[in-house]
Each structure stands twice: as C-alpha cells, then as structure tokens.
Design a protein around this ligand. Structure first.
Ligand SMILES: Cc1cc2nc3c(=O)[nH]c(=O)nc-3n(C[C@H](O)[C@H](O)[C@H](O)COP(=O)(O)OP(=O)(O)OC[C@H]3O[C@@H](n4cnc5c(N)ncnc54)[C@H](O)[C@@H]3O)c2cc1C
Length: 458
C-alpha cells in the first residue's frame, strides 16, 4: 500500500495527497453530517494529465477509485470504503474560457455550480442549472449525476447544458470532446456515456457548458390550489400563456408547506390551510410588460377557478424569501431520522400513487410524518417519511412501500438524484433485465478491472 501511495505522491506531489490519518478533519458530506471521510488515501490532481496517470496506476494495481466533487450527492454514490482511493477534483476549478460568439464556457470540472452561475452572470449570460446544493456541488458532480433542479421545465437537465466534455477512462485514456457546437451527429455521441453514470465509467475533467441569454425579468409568485387535478391544468395554462417562458413550477403539498413555515424567520406568503401550493416563476426579456402579463395571467387563472389564492413577489428580497421557503429541505431534520425519496411518474398517476404508498406505512406507524413536494412539471416528486425509528428493517419496509408501486405506473425510482448505493436494490423496478444487462456490458467494456466507483448503481 505504501508503494501505491508513494507512486501517487510522485504524480501529484505532497500538496495533492491527503493521507488516511489526516482525513478525520474532512466531513463526509451533506448526507452524513456527523461522519468524516474514510479512504486509503485522498488524491487531489491538478490537471487532466495527472488524473490520467492516477487512473493508469490504479488500473494496473486493481485499485478501486471513487470520484468526489462537493459531496452533496443524495444517494451515497460518493462514499468510499477504507480500502478505496478518493479522487477529488477540488484543485481543478479553473475557468478556462468564455466564448461570447458560441455562448459557451469552458471549465475544469471541480468548479462549483454557484461559481459557474456567477461567472456566467458576470459575462452577461445565464447558466440555468440550479439546485439547493449550489454552493458546494461541482459541475463534475452535477454532470455525473445528470442533476435536474429548479428550471428543468424550461432548460432541461444537466445533460442539456453540456456541449463538450473531457473524461478520463479507467485505463488513463483521455477522451477529449470539447466541442462548442449544438448540432453534432458524427457517430455515437460519447459524452452521454459519462453524463449520469455516477463516476462508474470515467472521471469527468473538463466541460464546455452551453450558456443562455440572461433573462431581464423574473416574475415569481406563490399560488394556492384546492384540488390536485387543477395542478396540471394550471401548469398547461401558464405554460401556454407565458409563451414557453415558464421556468419553475414547484409544487408543495400542505404537509411540506406547514413544515417549512415553522422554520424560525420563514416568510409566510400565504395561509397554511390550502391543500396545494405552487412556487411559479416566469423569465422574460421586458421587465415592465412581463410584470403586467404575469399579473393578467394569474388573474385569468383565478377567474377560471384554477387557483384560489396568490401572492406575487414585489422585490428581489421577496423573491429570494419565496425560494428559501421552497429550498428549506433542512427543516426535515427537525423530524429526526427521515427516509427521503426522489421518484418520477406521470402527473395523472400521482394522487393514487401517494395514497397507495401511504397505506402500509400508516398501518404500521399511525403517527408517521410525511412531506411531499417536487418539480411537478417534470413528473418528479420528493417524498420524506419520518416514523420515529431508523433501522435497516424500517428503511426496507418504507423503501418497498414507495418504490414497488412505481413499476405498474411506468415510474422511475430516481428522477434526478441517481442510484448510487441507496437505490441499487430497486434499479429493476425501473429498468428491464435487458437494459441492466447492457449497462453491465458497457461497464465491463469501459472498466474491465472494475476500479471506477465499484458497487455503485448495480
Ligand atoms: C440541499 C440540496 C439540494 C439538492 N437539490 C437537488 C435538485 O434539486 N436536483 C438534483 O438533481 N439534485 C439535487 N441535489 C443533489 C446534488 O446536488 C447533486 O447530486 C450534485 O449534482 C452532486 O454534485 P457533487 O459535486 O456534490 O458530487 P458528489 O456528491 O461529490 O458526487 C456525486 C456522484 O458523482 C460522482 N462524481 C463527482 N464528481 C465526478 C467527476 N468529476 N467525474 C465522475 N464522477 C464524479 C461521484 O462519484 C458520485 O457518484 C441536492 C443536494 C442538496 C444537498
């Protein structure tokens, strides 16, 4: 082992190594706030060339490697075992280029999402990917999990924001496809092998990101509805009336809304006695006209009976307070141990599904607490259960109750967070044996020694 560490030191130098005994000072990330990192060694390369040399060395030695970004992942894809090497891109955060003509930004993959958003803004552009973990999450992690977030409705997922990608394969081969073009059908588009593959097929080192025009206005409102069936009607109405400029349609069931309202200092945009709430945002190019159109649209929706109450943000401060409410997933920690889910299913199937999954849980834990919210426009629900206990048996009962009914509804066990370790046992709920077979063949072909994030996904 000492030999491997010395060889790694030869590649990255002293500043690029954090030895096992020094890992105690490093937190294990968002999901494990009370734990510290565990690994044989943490290696911090400073360039793609160094990543290549590290993987070549580890591949030859059969040494497993876990890539880590900002450790905000929610499915334990970033967890390393004591005998594994952590490869962190924290020294690879360079902004290499903003190309105004192509509207692209070229970066190293260790850059955080927030820093990319800010750099795009400074250059007069907009990078639309956004999620609660933005301050720590890296673009490498975002791309490797194909993150979704708050603006998928209009701009798509992380996959849709990457034009070019550089990745290092398990044997150290550098695959550099740093294209800046939107249309590129020259054979297989290999970047997609790495997007969403959770560090199991390669290490993403550099990216060409697609930038968008900076919106001149953001209209934001909280809306209350009295029936579930009106949610998709409201979504379609507003999408059409805003000419496709609807950028967020975040739905909260009353249980989640009540919880986040109870956070000290939280805004209270609307009374807490409606069954459904929507945080809606429209982005446009003409602040005055957009504000009028937004108000008219909501007034018409009210008149049609699609919503029963509404409040529009009148300042940037109010807008941020509205988003802070929606993003306050931390409030779930007040319930003690919770089991969280990120499922996808057709909107029409949601009410019946939520009722079905709740039955066995309520029967066993009548005092259970539940919160439901999500990116409804994307068919994505987040569900959290707290039942007052958190053993493995408890988790299995709740996991079964939530995941198994997805199969008959064409649902997904992971809408946006990935599979990692947490959902590995349920992959076949959403993927056929043939699909999983091909995934395994690809893994074996691209990483024959199974050194890249082994045991994750399947
Ligand atoms: C408060 C909060 C809110 C969130 N909201 C959302 C949301 O709305 N939508 C959403 O989709 N996600 C959300 N997430 C999840 C999280 O932000 C994403 O999973 C994020 O994209 C992971 O980035 P990271 O840099 O933290 O990666 P990590 O957690 O470090 O790693 C995640 C996975 O990516 C792999 N990986 C990391 N870097 C690389 C690389 N360079 N090359 C290859 N593999 C790599 C790891 O091995 C691991 O499998 C949220 C998280 C938090 C904490």
């Amino acid at each position: 082992m000492a030999d491997l560490i010395e060889q790694l030191r030869g590649i990255v130098g002293d500043k690029g190594l954090v030895l096992n005994e020094d890992l105690a000072g490093r937190g294990a990330g968002y999901r494990h706030p009370d734990k510290t990192l565990v690994a044989k060694v943490l290696v911090r390369p400073g360039s793609t060339e160094e990543v290549s040399q590290i993987l070549k060395l580890c591949n030859g030695a059969g040494q497993p490697v876990v890539s880590q970004g900002g450790l905000t992942g929610l499915v334990d894809g970033n967890i390393a075992a004591p005998d594994e090497v952590i490869l962190s891109l924290e020294r690879m955060r360079e902004f290499e280029e903003i190309d105004h003509a192509s509207a692209t930004m070229t970066i190293q993959a260790g850059a955080t999402l927030q820093s990319v958003q800010e750099a795009a803004d400074d250059a007069g552009f907009f990078f639309p990917l956004d999620l609660g973990g933005r301050g720590s999450a890296t673009l490498g992690g975002n791309i490797s999990t194909n993150a979704g977030g708050n603006r998928v409705l209009r701009y798509g997922m992380a996959r849709d924001m990457v034009l070019g990608l550089e990745a290092v394969q398990a044997d150290g081969t550098v695959l550099s496809s740093l294209n800046k073009i939107i249309k590129d059908n020259a054979g297989y588009n290999l970047k997609h092998m790495f997007i969403g593959s959770e560090g199991t097929l390669g290490v993403v080192t550099r990216l060409v990101l697609r930038l968008r025009p900076k919106p001149a206005s953001q209209q934001t409102a909280y809306l209350a509805l009295d029936e579930f069936d009106k949610l998709p009607q409201l979504l379609n109405f507003c999408n059409s009336r805003s000419g496709g400029c609807l950028s967020a349609f975040e739905v909260m069931w009353r249980d989640y809304f009540e919880l986040v309202l109870s956070t000290p200092g939280a805004a209270q945009p609307l009374p807490a006695d409606y069954p459904f709430y929507v945080l809606m945002e429209v982005m446009g190019g003409d602040p005055e006209a957009d504000a009028d159109r937004f108000q008219d649209m909501l007034a018409d929706a009210l008149e049609k009976g699609l919503l029963v109450d509404a409040v529009i943000a009148k300042s940037e401060g109010e807008r941020q307070a509205m988003w802070a409410l929606r993003d306050d997933v931390e409030s779930l920690r007040r319930w003690g141990p919770t089991v969280g889910f990120d499922v996808g299913l057709p909107i029409a199937a949601m009410p019946d599904y939520l009722e079905e999954i709740d039955q066995p849980i309520l029967a066993r834990w009548p005092e259970r607490r539940r919160a439901v919210f999500g990116h409804l426009g994307d068919g994505n629900l987040h569900i959290a259960y707290a039942v007052g206990e958190n053993g493995a048996d408890t988790k299995k009962i709740i996991d079964d109750a939530v995941y198994l009914p997805l199969a008959s509804r064409g649902g997904s066990v992971s809408a946006e967070h990935g599979i990692g370790l947490s959902k590995r046992d349920y992959l076949e709920v959403s993927r056929s044996a043939a699909e999983i077979g091909l995934m395994r063949q690809l893994k074996t072909m691209m990483d024959p020694n199974n050194i890249l994030n082994p045991g994750k996904i399947f």
